[in-house]
Ligand binder design. Structure first.
Ligand SMILES: Cc1ncc(COP(=O)(O)O)c(C=O)c1O
Length: 435
């Protein structure tokens, strides 16, 4: 499809510089802390930058301890291992702590949220999503506990920086004595009203994790953090992340170790970024509301949130097309086909159009229960078992909210360096797609 010469897009210019989905935004302070680390020779996985970002992050999120790690994935892995060990005991060196156990998991999330369940030899069971916040459906979670009453762990992500229905989910988990791993990788800075009290995401789990990946609201180029109120748990994660060395003059090991600690150079970048977290959130919020306003005459809606109980960090702005305004769009495993239709459009067409003009969008994260690697895993919806629901003999409605949001939704360019003019051009391109 030649969008540039398509008469529907007449008069729209290509961007001369790429407009990103969400790219790093450096401010200069980062250089100071990186330079200081080099000048003082603290170029290692110990140093002042690490100590400082741990202290600042724990304070900001409102937890007692933060452990700086190499990635959000490393934080999630160690949190998952720790939860497994708490519930089922220390595993043999060649086995995961979740061997033989099931874990309930957010379904519409990035796979790094839930792969650690597999690293620890557990089996993830995917819980469907609700339309109000695009996060784990608490009704489906309740159904899952009816079907699998023995489950003791829930992995809960806040998609695109929007908190889910945490109060309901915590209540259900408390009733079943289940621990929560909170994946706040995308939601640093987002707030939630828990039992009438505003708190930060990252303080809502039994163990919580954040990410400083290059596309996140603040970045260290990479990096992650484990957050907890328990000194014992923080010490354990610090030990595991530095090869599980025991207190002996030689290398002595009673537990399996990992090389997961954050570098003092990366920590320097995070340290320089941290003062700009609020500014980044403010910029992202403006982007979200500019889209909301600019698209309000189209048959689309923005990714929703509960304004009474949450204040997202607005990391990614997304939209979803009304069902009756969807043009044909089918996806295979690696390619897709879509057609244009007057008055309608599809994520395929809109993403192709904005790409052609030099901006970056992305499909909604494909639900985990639809991923080839996890197709044999259970998927629970508000109606119970979500697998095997298509029936050649009786046609009925299937509920699969995650698949529906994936089908009709898309992530819009949300870079906080995008100018108003650039964003208006993206909005105009989306309008033309519906012509
Ligand atoms: C929801 C979610 N969880 C986990 C991760 C993994 O974090 P990292 O890339 O720092 O390993 C990411 C992003 O990268 C994410 O978006």
């Amino acid at each position: 499809m030649d969008f540039i010469n398509d008469p529907r897009f007449k008069g729209i210019e290509k961007f001369d510089r790429k407009v990103w989905l969400s790219s790093p935004t450096m401010h200069g302070d980062e250089q100071r802390w990186v330079d200081e680390a080099i000048q003082t020779n603290w170029v290692s996985t110990v140093g002042a930058n690490i100590n400082e970002v741990e202290k600042e992050m724990a304070q900001y999120v409102g937890v007692k301890y933060a452990v700086a790690l190499s990635t959000g994935t490393a934080a999630l892995h160690l949190a998952t291992k720790l939860a497994g060990e708490k519930m089922y005991g220390q595993a043999r060196p060649n086995a995961g702590t979740l061997a033989g156990h099931r874990v309930f998991c957010s379904d519409v999330t990035f796979d790094a949220s839930i792969n650690p369940v597999a690293y620890e030899d557990g089996e993830s069971i995917f819980i469907d999503t609700e339309y109000d916040t695009w996060n784990m459906d608490s009704v489906a979670l309740e159904k899952a506990f009816e079907i699998y009453p023995d489950v003791k762990l829930v992995v809960l992500a806040h998609l695109y920086g929007t908190p889910g229905k945490v109060e309901e989910i915590k209540k259900i988990c408390d009733e079943h004595n289940a621990l929560i791993i909170e994946d706040a990788a995308e939601s640093l800075g987002a707030k939630y009203k828990l039992n009438g009290q505003w708190v930060e995401t990252g303080s809502l789990g039994s163990y919580s994790c954040i990410s400083f990946n290059g596309n996140k609201i603040i970045t260290g180029s990479s990096g992650g953090m484990f957050l907890t109120d328990s000194k014992e748990d923080a010490d354990k994660i610090r030990k595991w992340s530095t090869q599980s060395r025991e207190a002996a003059p030689w290398y002595q090991h009673e537990e399996i170790g990992y090389n997961y600690r954050m570098s003092n150079i990366i920590a320097g970048i995070v340290r320089g970024q941290f003062p700009y977290l609020d500014e980044h959130m403010e910029q992202k919020k403006e982007i979200y509301f500019r889209y909301k306003e600019g698209l309000n005459d189209l048959p689309v809606r923005m990714n929703p949130y509960d304004s009474e109980k949450s204040e997202p960090n607005f990391w990614l702005s997304c939209m979803i097309i009304d069902s009756d305004a969807m043009a044909h769009h089918v996806r295979g495993e690696q390619d897709e086909l879509w057609t244009s239709c007057p008055g309608k459009s599809s994520p395929g067409e809109i993403l192709a159009a904005i790409t052609a003009f030099g901006a970056e969008g992305r499909p909604i994260w494909k639900p985990m229960h639809l991923q080839p690697i996890y197709r044999t895993h259970a998927f629970i919806t508000t109606a119970g078992n979500g697998r095997g629901k298509s029936n050649a003999h009786s046609i009925g409605a299937r509920s699969d909210v995650g698949a529906d949001i994936f089908r009709r939704g898309l992530c819009l360019p949300s870079d906080n360096k995008m100018t108003v003019e650039q964003q208006e051009r993206v909005i105009e391109i989306i309008h033309r797609c519906f012509r």
